[in-house]
Design a protein around this ligand. Structure first.
Ligand SMILES: O=C([O-])CC(=O)C(=O)O
Ligand SMILES: [Mg+2]
Length: 516
């Protein structure tokens, strides 16, 4: 079947979940065609293999007619992880590019324990769907060979009552492991990976707040790891902010940024903003953090609160407590409002209106995923601000038509950056991944739209250009990694264009060779 007729088949399916299932089958049965479709029609296909549809797939995972693709590791097998990795079928297939040129095998692993899937909470082993969805982006966006991409689910139990009662649920029917027992499972997993392959990049995905921060802090100094929700989301959001500032002509130092939601995404973004203010504008980290204010489910995160989790403390400033978002907007007069709360409709018309009366071009980013959790829609932000908004959402919104002009919503999704950063780490066999990498990638991405596009609110290149964007980003990040001594690999091209040529030469070319 040709790619065109397959695309027609997909378009003819009424429900997004049926498109998702069709695409999974295609991947299993006609892999070359699947990857051709994904790479050639990324913008159209992505919403069905990734957010928002992947959210529904994770919620219904055990009831859908699908064959899991990723590696399932349960806590009870914690001493056998290495054997299970070695038995994983796809590892028999060698990565031809790397064998030819670098004599190494280096793998990409996306791992989750399913406790915070998008904004949907604990979905138990249904979280396998997010690891399987994210890993596709490595090939679709950055050109990583799918044969070295491994989605992993670590089953440590679930606290989701309805899953525990569901007769079709296949995961461990026990409450989640916590504390030492939990960390031992992850430590065994990381140790097994080290023994399994000479170099592996590990992307932590959709862990709950406490574990997300703890695991990142535990492994980042000595392993090639990053947390996509803390660091990937921070990178794309800072890029969006810097891009929006090119449109307003203002500096990052002039911004007051109000976050609605204070989980790993929010505080990850704020910390990267603080790093940017510190390293590029000379503020101290403490001064820099004052530019970011948080609201959580109880109200303003402020110094008088005694109920704050550790990751919120750096942002608990000396301000009077406020309960409601509208009050906070009117009091602090933010230049930017960032939604990371998973609370649908939290950005009410009043809030959008207040942001617009304070700012000539209000920056409003409802980032919660999937689309059903977004704090407001593109249309609400656009119309409520009389078109002045600089908007980006986490999941895609359809374009809107005003006065005969089609307006496209920018999508500040970490998919713009994690594949490129990961690919750079793979190519250079990075030992670690520093904050500077995320900062540099954000800065570079923020310059990828023209001033004319920015004036029309287009703050990112379209997803249809993702391979070009990723090639440039991968090159810049790889160069930065080698310069900083984090990248240990043999490539040493001089300058961005030589790096870009090198990266392109290493990108996976579809369709796959017949040997697969
Ligand atoms: O998966 C996405 O679309 C972005 C993300 O990491 C999340 O929401 O957890
Ligand atoms: Mg995530």
């Amino acid at each position: 079947m040709s790619v065109a007729s397959t695309l027609e088949d997909i378009r003819s399916k009424e429900h997004d979940i049926d498109k998702y299932l069709y695409l999974r089958n295609l991947q299993r049965q006609r892999e070359p065609e699947f990857y051709s479709l994904l790479v050639q029609h990324t913008e159209e296909i992505l919403p069905y293999v990734y957010t928002p549809t992947v959210g529904e797939a994770c919620q219904r995972y055990h009831h859908l007619p699908l064959v899991p693709r990723g590696l399932y590791l349960d806590a009870g097998s914690k001493d056998d992880f290495l054997a299970l990795m070695r038995a994983w079928p796809q590892q028999e297939v060698r990565h031809a590019h790397f064998e030819d040129h670098m004599q190494i095998q280096t793998w990409v692993v996306v791992v989750t324990d399913g406790e915070r899937i998008l904004g949907l909470g604990d979905l138990g082993t249904g979280g396998m769907g997010i690891a399987e969805g994210k890993i596709l982006l490595y090939t679709a966006a950055a050109g990583v060979d799918p044969r070295v991409c491994l989605p992993v689910f670590l089953d440590v139990g679930t606290n989701n009552e309805s899953l525990l009662k569901d007769p079709l649920y296949k995961g461990i029917r026990k409450p989640r492991l916590r504390g030492g027992a939990y960390h031992e499972v992850v430590a065994n997993f990381m140790a097994a990976l080290r023994q399994w392959q000479p170099h592996v990049l590990v992307q932590f995905e959709d862990f709950a707040n406490h574990n997300a921060f703890e695991l990142l802090n535990e492994y980042r100094a000595n392993a090639c790891v990053f947390n996509d929700d803390i660091q990937g989301t921070a990178c794309i959001t800072l890029a969006g902010l810097l891009s929006a500032l090119r449109a307003t002509g203002k500096s990052l130092t002039e911004q007051r940024i109000l976050f609605y939601g204070a989980g790993e995404a929010g505080t990850g973004i704020a910390e990267l903003i603080a790093i940017a203010l510190e390293r590029r504008h000379g503020l101290t980290r403490e001064e820099a953090r004052q530019h970011c204010l948080f609201m959580d489910s109880k109200g303003l995160v402020c110094a008088s609160r005694t109920d704050l989790q550790p990751h919120k403390l750096p942002f608990a400033h000396d301000h009077p407590f406020q309960r409601g978002l509208l009050d906070a907007v009117n009091t602090f007069r933010p230049t930017a409002l960032i939604g990371v709360s998973a609370v649908k409709n939290a950005f009410t018309p009043d809030v959008v209106q207040a942001m617009s009366s304070i700012n000539e071009r209000p920056i409003i980013f409802p980032l919660s995923n999937p689309t059903s959790k977004a704090e407001c829609t593109f249309e609400e932000a656009f119309k409520g601000s009389a078109g002045s908004v600089l908007f980006a959402s986490g999941s895609p919104f359809p374009p809107i038509n005003t006065d005969g002009v089609t307006q496209h919503a920018a999508q500040a999704n970490n998919a713009y950056v994690f594949p490129a950063i990961g690919f750079a780490a793979v190519l250079t066999r990075a030992s670690t991944i520093s904050d500077e990498v995320f900062l540099a990638a954000a800065e570079m991405l923020s310059h990828m739209t023209t001033l004319e596009e920015l004036s029309r609110g287009i703050i990112f290149p379209r997803f249809s250009a993702i391979q070009t964007v990723s090639a440039s980003l991968t090159a810049a990040v790889a160069e930065q990694m080698v310069r900083a001594g984090e990248g240990k690999g043999p490539p040493r091209p001089a300058g961005q264009s030589a790096w870009e040529a090198y990266v392109r030469s290493k990108m996976f070319k579809v369709p796959l060779q017949s040997k697969l």
